[in-house]
Design a binder for this molecule. Sequence first.
Ligand code: SAM
Length: 261
Amino acid sequence: MHVRPSVKEACEEQSVAVLYQDTEVAETYVQKRFAVSWSRLLHDMQVREINRVIQQHQPELVVEVAPGPARLTTEVRGVRRGILVEYSQEMLAQAQKRLQACGLADCWEIRHGNAFHLEEQRLQCDFLYTFRFIRHFFAEDRARLYRSLRMCLRPHGLLMFDVVNKTVRERLDAKQDSRPNGQLNVYDVTYLPEEFCREIQQHGFLLRSLCPVLRHFGLQSWISYRLDHRLGIWADRLVRLLERLPSSQPLEWIALCQKVE
Ligand SMILES: C[S@@+](CC[C@H](N)C(=O)[O-])C[C@H]1O[C@@H](n2cnc3c(N)ncnc32)[C@H](O)[C@@H]1O
């Protein structure tokens, strides 16, 4: 079950796409959203998980859908052949620039395309990842997306994406009734682990693993916002140290799913 948002948040194909067709949003995306210690840790953990799967499974073709400015892909290693599919021309321009700057432009083909119509791309890949994307849609659109993504995967192909923890998000929302400054007004679906497992199975995938990310978000975000500017690298280290302590309630998980025939 999903809850309809009370304010006018972007939550379906057109409204989500429009938010990112903006030069300022594209140019400032990484710098604005991944500037503090907790968000840098989240980014690093996503990169680490993508790199782990590539190293372990040695995919022939890797696809990233909705990469934005290639926040992740500039740090992904070991790709033999990669394709990025993104809808915003503004984001594509940034992705191109950033991949060129880090010498990876030759490994990645950049395509303009719609994630809801990936059949037009004629792809058959072994590993596909998409972050901060599927979560923005209501159930009907997520179902369309899963179908579209599934079509691009070879039998038993792997799909990785981020999943927001309902328990932690509800706790945060209860404390904070307005969106922090500078954040886009976009919906996030949240789950209990068993709800997520059911959803992914219904759409033809097996859940292989859920990797917890930001295990102590309350404290990690407090340190980031209050101490980053005072302690610099030490605040960053503290946030990373906390991640080593176990917890059953992380802010998010990184889900690794496998296509079932
Ligand atoms: C929140 S950003 C995420 C960017 C990147 N994946 C990340 O994790 O930082 C969402 C991205 O989805 C792209 N997008 C929105 N609708 C799309 C669609 N229908 N097909 C492909 N990309 C789309 C946007 O242009 C934007 O770059």
